[in-house]
Design a protein around this ligand. Structure first.
Ligand code: ATP
Ligand code: MG
Length: 573
């Protein structure tokens, strides 16, 4: 790595290969002591209330990756305990995305809702032990009674109901006798605990809402806090890996398992992934989609796996990214550049090179015969000799980038200018001999001569031609729409807003720029949706599903060079 920016951006990659992360250390210790009989069994537990994003990818790679590394198993379990926000649409999308990322839960697909009956029985057991009670306080009252970090809570007036009364009321809750919100089942723990999660947390709420899997069978639903640890226990998960915000919940999960005396997994918390210039909260992602700030869940600007996939990201690149950033016990924010570098590196290896012109300027080679066409050999991928070569048509009329011509070139400008010479990639050196303007003085066409002795070789007279530019033959070119993307948000931390504003104030109005008519070399007419290419000098691109039989649409996945280097240069200036 010679690029300094790259180094700086990827300090997270410096963990020496072979060193164990803290979760692996725990697992290896458990394997050594035989704590779980030598088993490693993890799970990925999404709630089907949104699409997966790059943060979930970190959790997926971690859970499935650990199982792979230690010859264990990883379950896919939907934590579908909240029917009011969940939908089968999400269940199916999540399964597809996990598979796309390259992981397989084999026959171990589970749903928390499959355990509703068992959870209910365990709740009865806690009531019978005098460890849970039916409470008639409203949600607001429960909050009020709970106290604060500095003040202990007050016991609910219903806390000392008899076991008999609790059993009776809980059965009637299940039977549908009471309206939504009128009663809850709560664990009876400690209203003075310094940990608010231990102050008699709610285990069941009444919700007369059909569930996407259990239909109308239930009108009481377990809370996440009550369901999660027991589901892990039912599945005999060994290492239950979750994000840091559940650290404070661990004493509660331990309490449930110990009171019930059932199999006890080890919960381990790690820092969630945060990325600059984007948001990862499902609530915000939903809002972006619902209010039309993006075109959908799979908008290529979204940090969702669908968005990244449509943008042109490969599963390999995302997995490599997750491996690089590693796992830590403290929250931090990863620079978007690290993610971009991962896809850049992979596409550099696999993407065929093509030529395309995004902002076309017409060139006429005045000394190249009208009607003559040569098919010039071009390399498909210098990183991959097996990719071979192709033939690119060359003619008297060409498109080049407007940017590659300057009427008044600055110093050290090695591209085209009046009188200047440049090499056309895979073709000849050409010299600008005339500039044609419209009546408003804008350059509309330039005239050049070509040196026939410079095809694939340096000028024989030893003169140096420094610049190389890309081009396409105008009569052969096919047109396409090209979508260029920038960060979705203007600030590294989208939540950095003045008081009274929301993250939406930081939306980047120029995050999508559409080039309605770019010109591409004709071999691209065979490109199919999802195909990825490097357009020489412009970046990596992939074919968007919006393409039709007669018109291709491309997304730019990422630019060629690290934008970090540019940012650093700007900061130094
Ligand atoms: P919610 O607030 O809806 O619970 P969530 O982001 O926690 O949102 P889940 O579907 O519950 O979404 O997440 C599934 C798994 O992915 C959980 O184990 C969660 O800890 C993990 N996960 C979610 N976001 C991230 C993230 N940014 N980085 C790492 N892991 C994450
Ligand atoms: Mg969650």
């Amino acid at each position: 790595m010679t690029d300094e920016g790259h180094e700086a951006a990827t300090s997270a990659e410096k963990e020496p290969a072979g060193r164990l992360n803290f979760i692996e250390q725990i697992i290896e210790e458990d394997l050594k002591t035989g704590r779980f009989g030598g088993r490693v069994h993890t799970r990925f537990p999404p709630e089907p209330n949104g699409y997966l994003h790059i943060g979930h990818a970190k959790s997926i790679c971690l859970n499935f990756g650990l199982a792979q590394k230690y010859g264990g198993k990883c379950n896919l379990r939907f934590d579908d305990t909240n029917p009011s926000k969940e939908d089968v649409e999400y269940v199916e999308a999540i399964m597809e995305d996990v598979r796309w990322l390259g992981f397989d839960w084999e026959d171990r697909l589970y749903f928390a809702s499959d355990y509703f009956e068992r959870l209910y029985e365990l709740a009865i057991r806690l009531i019978e032990k005098g460890k849970a009670y039916v409470c008639d306080l409203t949600a607001d009252q429960i909050r009020e009674y709970r106290g604060t970090l500095t003040e202990p809570g007050r016991p609910s007036p219903y806390r000392n109901r008899s076991v008999q009364e609790n059993l009776d009321l809980f059965r009637r809750m299940r039977a549908g006798e009471f309206p939504d919100g009128s009663r809850t089942l709560r664990a009876k723990i400690d209203m003075a605990s310094p940990n608010l999660n231990m102050r008699d947390p709610v285990m069941y709420r009444i919700l007369h809402v059909p569930h996407h899997r259990t239909g109308n069978k239930w009108c009481i639903y377990p809370t996440y806090d009550w369901a999660h640890g027991q589901c892990d226990s039912f599945e005999e998960i060994t290492h239950s890996i979750c994000t840091l915000e559940f650290e404070n919940h661990r004493p509660l999960y331990d309490w449930f398992l110990d009171e019930l005396g059932i199999y006890h997994p080890q919960q381990i918390e790690f820092a969630r992934l945060n990325l600059t210039y984007t948001v990862m909260s499902k609530r915000k992602l939903l809002e972006l989609v619902r209010d039309g700030h993006v075109r959908g869940w799979d908008d290529p600007r979204m940090p969702t796996l669908r968005g990244l996939r449509r943008r042109g990201y490969t599963p390999e690149a995302i997995r490599r990214f997750c491996e690089r950033i590693g796992v830590a016990k403290f929250n931090s924010t990863i620079d978007m550049v690290v993610l971009e570098n991962s896809i850049r590196e992979h596409l550099n290896q696999i993407a065929p090179r093509r030529m395309a012109v995004l902002r076309p300027l017409r060139v006429v080679l005045v000394d190249y015969p009208e009607g003559k066409v040569e098919y010039l050999e071009a390399q498909n991928n210098p990183e991959d000799p097996a990719a071979g070569t192709r033939r690119v048509p060359f003619s008297r009329y060409l498109w080049i980038e407007q940017d590659d011509f300057r009427e008044d070139p600055p110093k050290n400008y090695f591209r085209l200018a009046p009188g200047a010479e440049v090499r056309l990639r895979y073709a000849y050196c050409i010299r600008c001999v005339d500039v044609i303007k419209d009546n408003q003085g804008r350059v509309v066409e330039i005239h050049c001569t070509h040196d026939p002795q410079t095809l694939h070789q340096n000028p024989p007279d030893g003169r140096r031609v420094k610049g190389i530019i890309h081009w396409v033959s105008a009569p052969h070119a096919i047109s396409a729409e090209v979508r260029l993307y920038d960060h979705l948000f203007l600030k590294p931390d989208p939540d950095d807003v003045p008081a009274g504003q929301t993250y939406l104030a930081n939306l980047n109005p120029n995050s999508l720029q559409v080039v309605p008519e770019a010109w591409l070399e004709p071999s691209l007419s065979e490109a199919r949706v999802g195909d990825r290419f490097q357009f020489e000098r412009l970046g990596y691109f992939c074919v968007d599903p919006d393409s039709s039989a007669d018109r291709l649409v491309f997304n730019r996945t990422v630019t060629l060079r690290d934008t970090w280097a540019k940012i650093e240069k700007k900061q130094m200036a």
